[in-house]
Design a protein around this ligand. Sequence first.
Ligand SMILES: [Zn+2]
Length: 343
Amino acid sequence: MALKDIIGQERAIEILRGCIKRNRVAHAYIFAGDEGIGKKLTAINFAKALNCQKPVTSNELQVTSKNKDSSLVTRHSSLIEIDCCDECSSCIKINKSIHPDFFFIAPENGEIKVDVIRKLQESISYKAFEGGWKVIIIDEAETLNQSAANACLKTLEEPPEQTILILISSMSGLIPKTILSRCQRVNFSPLPFDKIGKLLENKFSAGETMLISMLSGGRPGWALSNNLIEKRDNLFNEFKNLINTIGEDLLDGKDSLEEWFEWVHLWLRDIAVLKATGDTTLLINQDKEREIRDISNKAALSDILKLSNTLYNIKNLLRFNLNKKITLNHTHFLLKETFADSL
Ligand SMILES: [Zn+2]
């Protein structure tokens, strides 16, 4: 895979290509945007493009043509874009995460600790082994704990030569401003509905493609995970059960409740839309119309919106290690209060 294969993030990739082309690579970036939309893939392939031994270079073709008044004009059209070859030993080593100048850091048990950053700082204090760029990717950078963030800041204040730090985050608002202000921001957006549909059309039936495209919310990472509909069904059942009983089972096998809360947000959106408009064509979960209608009949629109807002705030607080059991009990209470005896 190369930068050219990443779908729907043309603007972000154009910015990064521009940095390479103009030889103005920043020493730190923040890749910000929803989960599952290609930030990590872009970071890895940007690292490959920077260190590639046979890089594809931009090739501008001069096109000369006659204007209306017969004067000759020359236009430049860029035919080939800067990219990695995906074949040389550098690209292969980065693909396998065994390149000596490529570092990928992700949280363990929900946080990135200072010893990980210190170890990294020691590794990057040497010159690049292969003479190119040292690239450090920090995934879910909002999980840097306070001392890790302080250590990171030190690297940002005195960046080692030929070193690039790429922070990736779907919740960049939680990263300290002192860090963010030292990074060039590159925003990633969810993919338009039709582009997600194109990715899926050879893998799923027309009906499934339509439903998955809507459920994925523009995130190819979600759309292409084969069991999205099945997952939705299971989690929807959990949601319905939680209205009536405290969901002890929800705690099993879940590293975090964040994804579950994202789904809840989607159902509450449908419940509110149906309540407000009565128009079933506006539902995302159109195949669940009957159940959504049953639930929406049990509450006033203002209460549904209030609940949605409260649960959204709880979801954002999950990053601060809320006790899962207490969070679920409280969520159960809120759901029951809003949709009492709905099922
Ligand atoms: Zn290469």
